[in-house]
Design a protein around this ligand. Sequence first.
Ligand SMILES: *[C@@H]1O[C@H](CO)[C@@H](O)[C@H](O)[C@H]1NC(C)=O
Length: 425
Amino acid sequence: MGPQRLHLMYFFWLLFLTTTTTTTTANVIRNELITHGADNRLHQVSRLSSSSSSSNVFNVNDFGAKGDGRDDSQAFLKAWQKACSITSATLVVPKNKNYLLKPITFSGPCKSSITLKIYGTIKASTDRSAYNKEYARHWLVFQNVQNLKVEGGGTINGNGKIWWKNSCKINKALPCKGAPTAVTFKKCNNLVVKNIKIQDAQQMHLTFEKCVNVQALNLIVSAPEKSPNTDGIHVTDTQNIQILNSVIGTGDDCISIEDGSQKVQAKNITCGPGHGISIGSLGDDNSKAYVSDVLIDTARLSRTTNGLRIKTWQGGSGMAKNIVFQNVVMNNVKNPIIIDQNYCDKNEQCKEQKSAVQISNVLFKNVKGTSSSDVAITLECSKTHPCQEIKMQNINLVSVNKGAAKALCQNVNLAKIGKILPSCT
Ligand SMILES: *[C@@H]1O[C@H](CO)[C@@H](O)[C@H](O)[C@H]1NC(C)=O
């Protein structure tokens, strides 16, 4: 065998190896060679070396999304179905475009993990008739998806003005009907949501429902102060969730933590305007509620109606326990610290009832700043189920107008550590 034939054999052997060891990408490459011709073979070969992951990257534009202000829902659904059906997919929503979406559900289970990179803007359709039946209360829903990551620095815009105008809280002549939540994650385990801006939701901005293991970080959530019921981040029936490094200013609670939630941590949160950081409301319509192991650590609240709040209805049952609020600075907050076990958000007055959600083991530690009302601390606990093991440590709250503030406390078993201002008498 001459050296030239040896060379040739070696070449074919190499070619054989390359085509068999890259079977996952071979089809893609082959298609590209066919469509683009063989003249840029070198370019293709160089892509080959880094393409085992990029072959799983999809762009919504490739499925017909235009981002030109017309409805892109079908294209997004097709793109999602594709991404959901393969291994480790990344779905890209490109930047500098506005994609208009009707109510839509991105469903799992998917083949494997999935990353949604939102660089551009996703906007809600303002055609309210599109939100019928199952979508009366939802716009974007991610459901039953495991190992989902949503990121990219883009914006999700609920276009909520039309809904706010038609809220009974704004127009008293209209009947009270709920509006859609902008983004709902339901039954999503191992979820990461980061670097996203969510604004002007129809009603709530971001809800985690029946999820386990969630990281929500570097989020910006914003809506006007006067937009009705536009909670920032709502956590319900969810375990093991961390909400970190986020800036939230809306027309309702910055963070609300509802029934069935355990191991909830929120750290480094900037809140305002809005109604503050809230656990509850729990026990409405005589329901049983269970919330435990909540840590709110490092928060700045500015010009909110409440600061740190636990609210329960009379007549409920169950418990809210093991709750820590610490390292919080208040600026002009109406009710900086408030436990309200007679919460009533109905038109008619709520009747006095015997049962209540039991509140126990709550610590308020290192809370300072200013109250816009005279009463900086309200602990209004249930007559029949007084609050147990409430602890205050290093509290310094003053009234913006009057200097010294007041504390109103009833039916509470309270321990004080360090200096407490104002103090329950
Ligand atoms: C707190 O969050 C803000 C963004 O809201 C971020 O800029 C800052 O770095 C975070 N601080 C820490 C200590 O992580």
